[in-house]
Design a protein. Structure first.
Length: 221
């Protein structure tokens, strides 16, 4: 490469990566609006926490080689849809589907792909709801539609997935059978916990609603 070619390449790459960062900024605003408005209307917040990340250039290159893709920016944009990633953690499974529907309902969001690993967990026990969406980004001289991967999960699903990820890398992807079996059992326990916590929360909701109605009746007398 000549110095000029290198300069051009660096500028192109920086601009390419910036678009993904802007997409996350847009999504951050959307998610904050949903959170605030939902809190105001329903008096609770369905989102526990949100993490945003742009894939590192090393990790993008890894995927290019792993998937045997052409090493060019158009090919990367076409084939790697998780350069911008968001992980939303909720307390309850119903919240996951509420968030998903609220996002899907927005006019400028196009859903490219949706994978429900909650209804159909992966064989290892992994559960999460995955969406690949596209949103428009308006820049100084152009509009671009940028893909964003959104993973929505409960705290229990997230706890399981982060430990599984650590174990997978610790054993360099060759996890001993007994650990795989225990991970699968832990995934089942996490799924049971999700159901139990939601049931408790619903019961508390009924109790709160009953108390509110009783108060109203007393005040009304
Ligand atoms: P990272 O570092 O988290 O980004 P893809 O490889 O994305 O083109 P795939 O496998 O069909 O295609 O995508 P899928 O199933 O939607 O999974 C993508 C992401 O979900 C992964 O990204 C993980 O973050 C997460 N994930 C999927 N399966 C598992 C699992 O079994 N365990 C854990 N802990 N996480 C999982 P990356 O790119 O693998 O990694």
């Amino acid at each position: 490469f000549t110095l000029n070619e290198l300069r051009t390449l660096k500028a192109e790459l920086t601009r390419f990566m910036m678009a993904y960062k802007f997409a996350l900024d847009e999504m951050n605003t959307k998610i904050n609006i949903l959170k605030e408005e939902f809190q105001y209307i329903h008096d609770y917040n369905p989102i526990e926490h949100v993490k945003y990340r742009v894939k590192t250039p090393e990790s993008i290159l890894d995927k290019v080689y792993r998937k045997n893709l052409e090493l060019s920016l158009p090919s990367i944009k076409e084939n790697i849809k998780d350069i911008a990633g968001i992980r939303i953690t909720c307390s309850f499974i119903t919240d996951i589907y509420k968030i998903c529907d609220m996002l899907k309902g927005q006019k400028d969001i196009t859903v490219i792909e949706s994978k429900d690993y909650i209804k159909k967990p992966k064989p290892n026990g992994y559960r999460s709801l995955h969406l690949i969406i596209e949103i428009p980004i308006f820049m100084s001289d152009r509009e671009e539609r940028i893909p964003v991967e959104i993973q929505i999960r409960t705290i229990a699903m997230d706890f399981w997935a982060s430990l599984e990820h650590k174990i997978f890398y610790k054993y360099n992807k060759e996890v001993p059978d007994h650990l795989l079996k225990e991970l699968k059992e832990a995934a089942t326990s996490a799924a049971e916990l999700d159901v139990k916590m939601e049931k408790l929360n619903n019961e508390m909701g009924v109790y709160k609603e009953k108390g509110r109605l009783e108060d109203e009746l007393v005040l009304g007398q």
